[in-house]
Design a protein around this ligand. Sequence first.
Ligand code: SF4
Length: 391
Amino acid sequence: MHECPRVVWTVDPGSRCLVDKEAPCTTNGCDQCKGWRRTAYTLPHQPMGPRQMLARARDAYEWSRYATPRRLRNAAALWTSFQRAKRSKEPRIGGMPFSISFEPTTACNLRCPECPSGLRSFTRPTGNLKQELFTRVIDELAPDLWALTFYFQGEPYINPRFLDMVRHAHDRGLYTATSTNAHFIDDASAEATVRSGLSRLIISLDGTTQETYEQYRREGELAKVIEGTRRIVAWKRRLKSRTPHVVFQFLVVKPNEHQIPRRANWRELGVDELWLKTAQIYDPKDDHPLIPVQDKYARYRRNAQGVWEVKSRLEDNCWKMWHSCVITWDGRVVPCCFDKDAHHVLGDLRTHGFNELWRSDAYNTFRRSLLHSRSSIEMCRNCSEGSPVWA
Ligand code: SF4
């Protein structure tokens, strides 16, 4: 193995050049890679190719395999009750959530500038999710639940029981997904990840050179991300596993918007898809160091009065409040992933069952305030619900 200092992908000697697929990779920092860097500055996001479409179709098929008559009925009842609530402004809910997020941990090894884990700025308690709590809640929800996301704040692989929990959810027939900075994927954890049955693995890759990557992923090492990705792909092949569906997520911010990867780069690594994501910014303003120059990658715009605001229309409703929720590592239920510091706790699963909380007065009061005035809730004013976050 050697690392090309120009592009920081780790490449096998004798493998194909990442730029010119006809040519073998020869030396470190060759002219091809220099050329690739120049080109990358001007590349727009490429449309999906046939392999990406096929990969996406495989993932959709994987998702559909977890449907049961009861889950379909539940999802339909939720959707119907949501439509009714939008008209009546009364928050009656017709089912249980079909998608939830569980927070494996609040700890993280990196120091990303717009993240409370990275900034070590939580005011709520921090720690690792315990398997007993997780199992109890999942066993209660599994008949209606369809998908489980293992992330909120923190790096999931820091929780030593993380993959055991994935395995439990998989055994309960749930589509499972997680998002990682891929710094802890050694050979053993790559094998365990594939064997756990995890359905989708999202890997944050926010730059194609170390210099750019670390401007957002502070204290991160791009070479570790690439190595971790290679290990996952290698174990998928070795075990002849369809899963996990591997996604590179590129959070587009001003320091990296010139480096959106070409398809050749991520396909070469065996990754199934590239997602470009817009970034949530706490305090959008002129010359913000993270808001991209290219408008299509920005979640915000300046309005006629010159004030920065989210591009979404802030309608007085929120589908998320009907079909999903987020559970912190210590069992508190919060409305969604925008409530990073748990300011809107709607219940505590250490003392109550989920069903009781889901239909409680506290939950319905929050739903009702969204139906009447979403902009009266501070976090809901800086929220992308109702508008796309994928560029
Ligand atoms: S922040 Fe957004 S997703 Fe969360 S409850 Fe408010 S409107 Fe819904």
